[in-house]
Ligand binder design. Sequence first.
Ligand code: AMP
Ligand code: TRP
Length: 331
Amino acid sequence: MRIFSGIQPTGQKHLGNHIGAIVRYVAGQDRGEALYCIVDLHATTVAYEPPALRAGLYDLAALMLAAGLDPQRCIFFRQSDVPEHSELQWLLMSVTAYGELQRMTQFKDKAGAAQDLVAAGLFNYPVLMAADILLYQTDEVPVGDDQRQHIELARNIAERFNARFGETFVVPRGTYPQVGARIMDLQSPTRKMSTTGGSPQGTVYVTDTPEAIIKKFKSAVTDSGREVLRGPEKPGINNLLEILAAVRGCEVQELEREFEGAGYGQFKLAVGEAVVDYLRPVRERYQELRADERMLEQTLAQGAAKARALAAPTIAAARARMGVGPVAPQA
Ligand code: AMP
Ligand code: TRP
């Protein structure tokens, strides 16, 4: 079973990214042959500063290793180190409909928010993502809910290529988290926690200090009720219950029982303290790893060499079936 996922080296990663994505990557190492890719080429499709991109890449690489990715048990690499991603993107472009890309909601959102120019790369972003996945004959793609449309497109591209040129790609399937699929902003709990769209006080970063984390949880927005129970009119409490359940690895019902009769203040503090304990080891390891950029480069380079070896037969097959390049020598 092969697992692949990609994550952008942009923005500081928050509790939503950690629970909704990174922790699931770590678990994937025990379930199959896992590849995790920092997608720096995707990050060039919106306005950005080159030094910040590189710094963000090291930040994220250190954070993912600190969270428990083990380069001995998974292939951890940087997208731009494996040029086969870009080549396969080009090949797949001819089985991707222009109209399909126009319908991508993430493109419409990001293009609408663009300050200066809407790059053609932003339009073609989902094709590069399909190439990332299909290049490794991926079975499962752990992602958040917001990526469903992109995964659907990757499946369509694989099916269309296979039908037109012959069986070449595994048709991948997206996997979505049960608990913690959407961690919400602590200040406006009807919006998802996000580096770009959220409030600074409502966004908990993995590398926040314990004091900052406690402060953010203490000031989390709740409602005028007083019982720690899930309910339709209680987005703030629902979110805090989800967070605590994800962090402790337990059911929300158990928490409702445990906090029966406790006030909101006591509950919020308990969630804050649990999150501090949960993130403390990650933050400590992060600081050590982040200080060693040479080690990070070496780790990514070793991952890229393994990824290229896995990618080679697929890119060769795609080229041969499409009739580009010389005729493949007969074995
Ligand atoms: P991003 O940093 O936005 O590229 O997201 C990286 C991963 O984290 C993706 O798989 C997202 O679906 C996931 N993710 C982002 N925000 C949240 C959130 N608030 N709750 C759960 N998962 C999230
Ligand atoms: N588009 C994804 C996101 O914004 C990142 C990504 C790029 C990805 N390539 C991928 C995710 C391949 C899964 C598989 O979160």
